[in-house]
Design a protein around this ligand. Structure first.
Ligand code: SF4
Ligand code: SF4
Length: 287
């Protein structure tokens, strides 16, 4: 079983649109939406939910009022300003455990809190895992790891060929959790100044974690000059450009119809997406 992760340096480059099409083009594949801060692949894959589980990715401190002497030592040591007059401010607590350690009366304990849900589902394209983090919850990396564990366990059971991962944009914790140990990363970028800049950052990240990297330039024709720069940069770094997708409003229409674009239309956009998929399978050694 191989793992392909699709990421982008910034949001809105078309990453999820591509993942939905890859899910449609593949067979014997498990798909995961690991963009847990803003999961939206389910809107296109139309899953039938099999199971929903609470996810506890974080601990926060609780004070037992019966044991508390209101000495305020815990407030003095808390570096997150999460204690005020022997009361925990839950939204600020990072669960570091320092207050539990310094409390002279054993009044403080750390407890698990539910920070989201993980959903196991079926789609017409195969099994699908995704998550919803609750607003303000800061445990996205852990949730991504948990989703990948579930997908790996099912792939071993089903003898699946591939796990397809829709990663988060950026270079933060959920992205690192998405790419670590993956066989191949496809970075989706667009020819804008921010797209170019963020591509450089995310290439550094995949290099750091030693993940083989391909690039796809979406809407490549909106700025030929930047597209050329991106191509030159990738060539200098021995990164394969898997494909260049032209701008076409039909992609937006497919999203509005909640369909993978390859299921919606047959044109030069979908020809290019199919070509990219072939390149990933063959040159990315995913077969
Ligand atoms: S250190 Fe313990 S006893 Fe002192 S205020 Fe905090 S919880 Fe209460
Ligand atoms: S667990 Fe850490 S962040 Fe939370 S209240 Fe205690 S010291 Fe502060």
């Amino acid at each position: 079983m191989k793992e392909l992760v699709i990421i982008s340096g910034k949001g809105g480059t078309g990453k999820t649109t591509l993942v939905a099409s890859f899910a449609s083009l593949s067979s014997n594949t498990i798909t995961c939406d690991c963009d847990v801060d803003a999961a939206n692949l389910f809107l296109i894959l139309a899953p039938e939910v099999e199971k929903e589980e609470e996810f506890s990715g974080q601990k926060i401190a609780f004070i037992d009022e019966n044991k508390c002497t209101e000495c305020n030592i815990c407030e003095e040591y808390c570096r997150f300003d999460a204690i005020d007059n022997s009361r925990i401010k839950e939204i600020k607590c990072e669960g570091c455990g320092v207050c539990e350690f310094v409390c002279p009366t054993g009044a403080i304990s750390l407890k698990d809190v539910v920070t989201g849900r993980i959903i196991t589902a079926n789609t017409k394209y195969g099994p699908f895992f995704y998550g919803h983090l609750y607003p303000g919850a800061g445990t996205s990396g852990r949730m991504v790891t948990e989703i990948r564990k579930k997908a790996s366990a099912l792939s071993r059971k089903n003898d699946s060929d591939l796990i397809l991962i829709d990663g988060s944009p950026g270079i933060g914790c959920p992205v690192i959790a998405s790419i670590t140990g993956a066989d191949l990363a496809l970075i989706v970028t667009e020819p804008t100044l921010s797209g170019e800049h963020d591509l450089e950052r995310v290439i550094k990240l995949t290099r750091h974690f030693n993940v083989r990297t391909f690039v796809c330039i979406n809407k490549f024709d909106i700025n030929p000059e930047i597209t050329e720069r991106i191509e030159r940069r990738c060539k200098n770094e021995d990164i394969i450009i898997a494909g260049k997708i032209p701008y076409d409003r039909v992609v937006t229409k497919a999203i509005i119809e909640a369909k993978p674009v390859v299921d919606f239309v047959d044109n030069e956009v979908t020809d290019e997406i199919k070509k990219i998929w072939d390149i990933l399978l063959r040159e990315g050694s995913l077969l």
